[in-house]
Design a protein around this ligand. Structure first.
Ligand code: AMP
Length: 443
C-alpha cells in the first residue's frame, strides 16, 4: 500500500520541519517526512539516540517551557512546519501558543486535545453527537462509584478521567475488584487525572485503530491498523503502550469502513465544528467491533505508538504535504489514498520488567540486519558517556518491515530481531498472528 496524495505540492516553503517528541512515533514521522526532496532538514526536540541515524535529521536540546528561547530558536532555524507528537504538550496548549506566534502547526489546540485528556468530556461529546460508544457514568466520588458498581447488572470497566500514560484503564473481573480500582484512582494513583472516574459498560470484540488527518473541516483517512496491547503471547498479561502492530487491518472491509465513516468519523468532525473547535491534526479512533457494530473505545489527539511506526513506511514522499495542508486548513478531503502493493508490521523490543519497573543503560548491539523495506525506529534509547547506544525506556526499539503479505513481513521482522540484543530484551513472538497464514502451522 502507498499513499498517493494527488494535487500534492507544497503550499509554501517546506524546507525546515520540526517534530516535538522523543519516541518511536516521532522518529517514524521524521523518516516519512524527510523522503520529500523539498525538505532540507528535520529537527527533533528532543528526539532520542536513534533520531540522527535518519537522513536529514538533527536533534535540538532546548526547554520548550522556556517560551522566549524556544520561539527565538524556531525563528533562527526558519521552521516552516511544526508537528507535535505527544499528548501532553497538546493538552497544555502548545499548538495554540505556536499558532499565535504565526507558526504552521500540525496538532490540535487545547480544546481539541480534550478528546483525549478528558475521557468524561469525550464520552459526553459522543453522546451529544449520537456516536456509538459503551454506556457510561461520570463519577465524582467513591460513594457514588460504589453505589453504581454494586447495583449494576452489567460488568463495568473503570477509567481515570485524565491523562495517565495509557495506565488509567482497569478491566476488573469482579465487583470488588471494580470498586478497588475506583478507590485507587480516587486515592490519587494518577494525581489530578483521577479527580473524576468514568465507569463504562464492558464491551467485547476485536479492536482496530483508524486515523483521520483533519484540517478543521475536511479529513483523509490513513491505512487502518491493529495493535497488540497485552505484554505476552496469546494476548495475556498486563496492558502495555503496545507490543506491536500491523497495517492495514484486514478485519475492516470497505463496507465496514464505510459504516465507521458514516456513524463515527463524520459525526465526530461535525460535532467538533459545532463546538467551534478548529481541529488541525490527527484524530485517532480506537474502535471495538462489537456484535452490534463498531463502537468508540477512545479518542487520541495524536498518532498511536506503535501504529505510527507501522503506517509511516507505507506513505509516499508526499505525506508531508498532507500534514502541511492540515496545518493550513487547506485539505480538500479528496486527496487520493491509493491502496496498492505492500503491507506493514512492527514488533516492539522492550526492557525486562516493562510495563512495571525496569532497568536502563544496557548496551544495544545491532548485527547484520536486512534493511530492504525494513526499519528500526528507536523508541527508548540514549547514548552512554562513552557514546554507546544504550536502553533508556520500557519500549526500546520498533522493528518494522513491509512486504507483499504479512507472513513475509513478520518473517523479516523476527529475523532482524535475532540480530538485535541487549540485556533483558523481551518481545512477543506472535505479533500479527491474526493475519499470518503460516502462524498456526508453526505454533
Ligand atoms: P484505552 O486506554 O481507553 O484505549 O483502554 C485500554 C484498553 O482497555 C482498550 O484497548 C480495551 O482493550 C480496553 N477497554 C477500554 N474500554 C473498554 C470497554 N468499555 N469495554 C471493554 N474493554 C475496554
Amino acid at each position: 500500500m502507498s499513499i498517493n496524495s494527488t494535487n500534492s505540492k507544497s503550499l509554501n516553503k517546506l524546507e525546515n520541519i520540526l517534530i516535538i517528541g522523543n519516541g518511536g512515533r516521532e522518529n517514524s514521522l521524521a523518516w516519512a517526512i524527510q523522503k520529500n526532496e523539498l525538505v532540507k532538514k528535520v529537527y527533533l526536540i528532543p528526539g532520542n539516540a536513534g533520531s540522527e541515524r535518519i537522513n536529514k535529521c538533527e536533534r535540538i536540546i532546548i526547554d520548550i517551557n522556556n517560551k522566549k528561547d524556544f520561539v527565538e530558536k524556531l525563528e533562527i532555524l526558519k521552521i516552516d512546519l511544526i508537528v507535535i507528537g505527544p499528548e501532553i504538550p497538546l493538552a497544555n496548549g502548545l499548538a495554540d501558543f505556536l499558532r499565535k506566534k504565526d507558526f504552521k502547526v500540525f496538532g490540535p489546540g487545547k480544546d481539541g486535545a480534550k478528546l483525549e485528556y478528558s475521557k468524561s468530556w469525550a464520552k459526553e461529546f459522543m453522546k451529544n453527537a449520537n456516536i456509538p460508544t459503551a454506556k457510561f457514568w461520570k463519577v465524582h466520588s467513591l460513594e457514588k462509584a460504589k453505589e453504581i458498581i454494586y447495583s449494576s447488572s452489567i460488568p463495568l470497566v473503570v477509567k481515570a478521567d485524565g491523562l495517565a500514560s495509557g495506565k488509567g484503564v482497569f478491566i476488573p473481573d469482579s465487583k470488588d475488584e471494580c470498586f478497588r480500582s475506583a478507590e485507587s484512582i480516587f486515592n490519587g494513583k494518577f494525581g489530578n487525572s483521577g479527580n473524576i472516574v468514568v465507569l463504562e459498560e464492558k464491551i467485547h470484540g476485536p479492536e482496530v485503530s483508524v486515523f483521520a488527518l483533519c484540517d478543521g473541516r475536511n479529513y483523509v483517512l490513513l491505512p487502518t491498523a491493529q495493535d497488540h496491547k497485552r505484554l505476552n503471547d496469546k494476548d495475556k498479561g498486563p496492558n502495555t503502550g503496545g507490543m506491536g502492530a500491523y497495517s492495514p487491518a484486514p478485519l475492516l472491509t470497505k463496507d465496514s469502513l464505510d459504516i465507521i465513516v458514516k456513524e463515527i468519523i463524520e459525526p465526530t468532525i461535525n460535532e467538533l465544528n459545532k463546538k467551534n473547535i478548529d481541529y488541525k491534526g490527527v484524530i485517532y479512533f480506537g474502535l471495538m467491533i462489537t456484535k452490534s457494530g463498531p463502537k468508540v473505545i477512545e479518542y487520541n489527539c495524536r498518532f498511536g505508538d506503535p501504529e505510527c511506526q507501522t503506517i509511516m513506511p507505507l506513505m509516499d514522499k508526499n505525506f508531508v504535504f498532507l500534514l502541511e495542508k492540515c496545518a493550513m486548513g487547506k485539505l480538500t478531503g479528496s486527496e487520493k489514498i491509493d491502496t496498492s502493493k505492500n503491507v506493514s508490521g512492527c514488533v516492539i523490543a522492550t526492557s525486562k520488567g516493562y510495563p512495571h519497573k525496569y532497568k536502563t543503560g544496557f548496551p544495544i548491539k545491532i548485527g547484520l540486519i536486512d534493511s530492504i523495506d525494513c526499519q528500526i525506529f528507536d523508541s527508548g534509547t540514549s547514548f552512554s558517556k562513552d557514546k554507546v547506544l544504550v536502553t533508556a525506556g520500557g519500549r526500546v526499539l520498533s522493528i518494522v518491515c513491509q512486504a507483499k503479505d504479512f507472513d513475509m513481513v513478520f518473517d523479516k521482522a523476527y529475523k532482524n530481531l535475532k540480530e538485535i540484543s541487549f540485556e533483558g530484551i523481551y518481545f512477543r513472538n506472535d505479533i500479527g498472528h491474526q493475519v499470518r497464514k503460516n502462524f498456526s502451522k508453526e505454533n
